[in-house]
Design a protein around this ligand. Structure first.
Ligand code: GSH
Length: 231
């Protein structure tokens, strides 16, 4: 049973499963991809950030930071209902809950978390700013220095990723992990929404292109790009 103000606006059809409040943006896709990969039962709810749903009272009661994605797990730690936001924290939680996509080996686990933090602290914020100055409000700004700055930094991060993927199928070698799940939606969004693979140097990065293809081939990645369904 879920007793939370968010259920007034987004009622749970099956309150015994994880409730996902999201939209298929890069941060949203991370969590839907993880849920799909893990095979956990869950119920997606569309939070339309273009219409300001994230500012509503119900959503704010769940995430005071007013951003998607967020979840409620009725069967959280100690069997109690748990609400969680911040996509990286949700990936870590689901990995620990299911024992999947994060090695139990301490060294490997640490290295995976390092790449997850790299995504959360670098890739997401920098690519988000690049997107703003390249394609959204900032594209009409006369001063092009912010666009140059974020494009240069985004290209640099992508080069770091390309180097890491040299001789590796995934960030952690043979193992597909929450690091791949966190990074992939951001990288693909650079082309899908911004047609920027050329200016960012992705088209010349063969390790990166191979990884993008391998990750995109996964059925969970494909399904996640439309969860929650927009129409
Ligand atoms: N660090 C947060 C970032 C979440 C985030 O920026 N979500 C965006 C969509 S990708 C959002 O909800 N934006 C709405 C807004 O800023 O009002 C996470 O990884 O969960």
């Amino acid at each position: 049973m879920i007793d939370h103000p968010i259920t007034q606006r987004w009622p749970a059809k099956d309150p015994s499963v994880i409730q996902l409040y999201s939209l298929p943006t890069p941060n949203g896709i991370k969590v839907s991809a993880m849920l799909e990969e893990c095979g956990l039962p869950y119920e997606p709810h569309l939070v339309n950030i273009m219409q300001g749903d994230q500012m509503s009272e119900g959503f704010t009661a769940l995430n005071p930071n007013q951003k998607i994605p967020a979840i409620i797990d009725p069967d959280g730690p100690n069997g109690a209902p748990t609400a969680l936001w911040e996509s990286g924290a949700i990936l870590l939680y689901l990995a620990e809950k299911t024992g999947q996509f994060l090695s139990e080996d301490p060294a490997e686990r640490l290295e995976t978390l390092q790449w997850l933090m790299w995504q959360m602290g670098g890739v997401g914020p920098m690519m988000g700013q690049f997107a703003f100055f390249n394609s959204f409000g900032g594209k009409d700004w006369e001063d092009k220095r912010p666009l140059d700055r974020y494009r240069t930094e985004t290209a640099r991060l992508l080069k770091v990723l390309d180097n890491r993927l040299d001789g590796r199928d995934f960030l952690m070698g043979d193992h597909y992990t929450i690091a791949d799940i966190a990074i992939w939606p951001w990288v693909t969004s650079m082309e899908r929404y911004h047609k920027a693979y050329g200016v960012l140097g992705v088209t010349d990065s063969k390790n990166l292109l191979g990884w993008l293809e391998r990750t995109a081939e996964r059925p969970a990645s494909q399904r996640a790009t439309n969860i929650p369904a927009i129409s």
